[in-house]
Design a protein around this ligand. Structure first.
Ligand SMILES: [Zn+2]
Length: 146
């Protein structure tokens, strides 16, 4: 998979709006920033997310490609995968906990999100992602799926 590096923050923001539609997060106001790696809140993370649930607002930080360190989760320099990864954390069930007893759960959430975000971006780059997902959403809009 060819890595995607956004040419500027405007392109990242446009991609964010598109992925919000695909992920059914259109009612969120999400702002994207591309920052120095050290300004990502958790030094082990490739991206950062702050969310303000009452306002349905979120702030995603993507590291500059030159600041991505190898050996951490999702250690490639694909900013689109990182963007989708952080968007998925907006869903409350896919958020990490600060409680140390939940570290195994956090790891499982990260593994799940990493797999899902890479798969979605890969499908999308093969021209298959969006139409499947649009179809899926329309089909299930009024249904609670277990
Ligand atoms: Zn994560």
């Amino acid at each position: 998979m060819n890595n995607k590096i956004f040419k500027d923050v405007a392109e990242a923001q446009t991609a964010c709006a598109r992925w919000q539609r695909i992920l059914n997060l259109r009612d969120w106001n999400v702002k994207v920033e591309i920052v120095k790696g050290e300004n990502i809140s958790d030094s082990r993370a490739i991206g950062g997310l702050n969310h303000f649930d009452h306002h349905r607002a979120a702030w995603i930080r993507l590291p500059r490609p030159e600041d991505v360190e190898p050996g951490i989760f999702g250690d490639d320099d694909d900013q689109e995968v990182t963007l989708v990864h952080e968007l998925l954390h907006i869903f409350p069930c896919l958020r990490s906990s600060d409680d140390p007893s939940l570290s195994q759960r956090n790891l499982e959430i990260e593994q799940l999100i990493e797999t899902v975000s890479r798969s979605m971006v890969a499908l999308d780059r093969h021209g298959r992602g969006s139409e499947y997902l649009e179809f899926y959403r329309k089909d299930n809009e009024a249904t609670c799926i277990n």
